[in-house]
Structures are given as structure tokens and as C-alpha cells.
Write a new protein. Structure first.
Length: 189
């Protein structure tokens, strides 16, 4: 059995499926913040619905991005920890593959989008197009990555040792130096 997790967008989704891709249960929820807690709750619901204990799951799939820097890390970390604890394996899937559509755009948070077209080529765009929306594919505005899409990719998943799984951010994180240096009141570090 395989458990897929997507946390790279504001919508968290989880899906439990068999090796042939048959879905046993899935859930999703909006989680602007607190993706880790929401993901654990959804996993608990899906496992309970399917009557499957977590210890019986051997394959864990994580949405590795691109997407939210912190959100992407949540799915990767949970997949790695659970795979390691269960003696299982982990696989990564691009958020592009978890969104239905031929042209898919993922916002980077800097008024830019990473876009994957029909030819699988990924490019950066600074211009917004109405058919891309915030998260979306052509003709489907606000289409978020869905862990359930991992089930249809089940034959193509490449499982690895959990420690090998890493996020694929697509861009460097947008961080900056503190405006005021940290230190003591007297100015000495």
C-alpha cells in the first residue's frame, strides 16, 4: 500500500492507494498555515476510513515541489520519517504531475510563475495569464496539486531509500538578512 502527500500549495491532500493505483481513500483541506498538523489529521482520517494501520503502509509518495518552501518540506519530511519507521521506501512526484492539465503554472511567491507546457519544458514567467490563475492549469483556474493524482502514476513511481528523498524547489528560497543585526543591547554580538 502507498500513501501520497501533497503540501506544496495552500491545499493539503493525502491519498492511500494500492500498487495497481486503486484508491482506497483520499482527503484534502485548505491549510494556509499548519500544513503538518492538517496532513497528519487527514492521514489519520484516510487510514481509519480504509481500515488500514499506518504500520502496514510501505510506500510513501511526497509532492516535492515546486511550491511553498515550507509546505514542500512538510510532505517530504513526513514521507521520509514514516517510510523509515515502517521499513518502507519513499518516492517524489513533481507538483506539476499532481495538477490536471496540459499547461500548468505554479506561483513562486515573487510575482513569478514556474510554468510547464505540453512539451514538459519548465520555464519562468514574470507575466501572469488569466488561464494560469493562482494555482492552475489551462482552463482550470485554482487547480491545486492533488495527492490522488499520484495513484494514476503508480506504475511510474521510482521508490528509493527514504533518506534520498529531497525537495525540488525550482527556485532559491526568498529570504533576506535581518534589517537590524542581532546582538546585545550594547551592540556587541
Amino acid at each position: 500500500m502507498t500513501l501520497a502527500l501533497s503540501t506544496s500549495s495552500p491545499r493539503v491532500s493525502v491519498c492511500l492507494f494500492e500498487s495497481g493505483g486503486r484508491v482506497l481513500g483520499s482527503r484534502e483541506s485548505l491549510a494556509q498555515q499548519g500544513a503538518s498538523g492538517t496532513t497528519v489529521e487527514l492521514v489519520d482520517e484516510v487510514l481509519r476510513q480504509a481500515g488500514v494501520p499506518l504500520k502496514e503502509v510501505r510506500g510513501f509518495v511526497a509532492d516535492v515541489g515546486p511550491g511553498s518552501f515550507t509546505g514542500t518540506r512538510v510532505a517530504v519530511m513526513l514521507a521520509k520519517v514514516w517510510a523509515h519507521a515502517n521499513g518502507g521506501e519513499a518516492a517524489g512526484v513533481s507538483s506539476f504531475d499532481l495538477i490536471e492539465g496540459e499547461i500548468v503554472a505554479v506561483p513562486t511567491g515573487r510575482s513569478r510563475w514556474l510554468v510547464r507546457g505540453k512539451d514538459e519544458l519548465v520555464f519562468e514567467s514574470r507575466e501572469w495569464r488569466a488561464d494560469w490563475a493562482t494555482y492552475g492549469s489551462e482552463g482550470q483556474p485554482n487547480s491545486f496539486p492533488s495527492a490522488e493524482c499520484a495513484a494514476r502514476l503508480s506504475g511510474k513511481l521510482r521508490f528509493l531509500k527514504p533518506e534520498v528523498l529531497t525537495p525540488a524547489y525550482g527556485m532559491e528560497p526568498s529570504i533576506s538578512r535581518p534589517k537590524k543585526p542581532y546582538g546585545t543591547a550594547g551592540g556587541a554580538p
